[in-house]
Write a protein that binds this ligand. Structure first.
Ligand code: ADP
Ligand code: MG
Length: 218
């Protein structure tokens, strides 16, 4: 197994008090597997994705990546995990505004010390970005920005891609094209994909579906 989430619990302290978001969540994702994560707004999908991506830590349970519990890592090791093992794609694209498309594409791979110019050029070509490499994010459409974000996530050929409603800010036709590209590149690179979506239509395009409700997986 690439990823094993075991009995994970997570609560937030809010102004209204203790909010238990996840209650004993367990699942596993195999190498190259595609899994959809669905659930109502506020059900904890983003929270779960953040825990798997090492952006936050659970209160209970374990998150094993390639057999190693990332919840036990120190800050520096956790940062290294985020940099080199996972590709993140968010709904809001999250590109770096001061960097052009080429530099955004290469950003994470450079940080991880794994920049591969030939692969970056190939990604740009596949994602239809070759003519846009010297543009800045503000000069791109939403669909173009999300293609850059997908390229950035894939540039270091991570074993795992985490995508949080990656097509949520795009119109349906553009969203479908962006998802097609992400799935094609995911299949080619052999990365596993865990994708949050509230669309049952999009969830049906992935291999398996996990549904989060009342803090548990159904
Ligand atoms: P989803 O992505 O399924 O919409 P989230 O994981 O974003 O759900 O949020 C789950 C619940 O936790 C929501 O009620 C949300 O308001 C709350 N929440 C999320 N992040 C925080 C936080 N940092 N502090 C307090 N409450 C939070
Ligand atoms: Mg969310």
């Amino acid at each position: 197994m690439l990823l094993e989430v075991k009995d994970v619990g997570k609560a937030y302290a809010t102004s209204e008090g203790h909010l238990q978001v996840l209650r004993g969540v367990s699942f596993a994702v195999d190498r190259a597997e595609c899994v959809a994560l669905t659930g109502e707004s506020g059900s904890g999908k983003s929270t779960l994705l953040h825990l798997v991506g090492g952006l936050d830590r659970p209160d209970a349970g374990a998150v094993l990546f390639e057999g190693r519990d990332i919840t036990k890592l120190g800050e520096a090791e956790l940062a290294a995990y985020r940099r080199s093992s996972v590709g993140l794609v968010f709904q809001q694209f999250n590109l770096i505004p001061s960097l052009d498309v080429a530099a955004n594409l290469a950003f994470q791979a450079r940080l991880a010390g794994r920049h591969d110019a030939a692969w970056c050029a190939q990604l740009a070509e596949r994602l239809g970005l070759s003519a846009l490499l010297t543009r800045y994010p503000e000069q791109l459409s939403g669909g173009q920005q999300q293609r850059v974000a997908i390229g950035r996530a894939l540039a270091l050929k991570p074993p795992l891609i985490l995508a949080d409603e990656p097509t949520g800010n795009l119109d349906e036709a553009t969203g479908d094209q962006v998802l097609d590209l992400m799935l094609a590149l995911q299949a080619e690179t052999g990365a596993a994909l865990l994708m949050v979506t509230h669309s049952t239509r999009l969830a049906a395009r992935l291999g398996r579906r996990l549904h989060l409700s009342a803090g548990r997986l159904a």
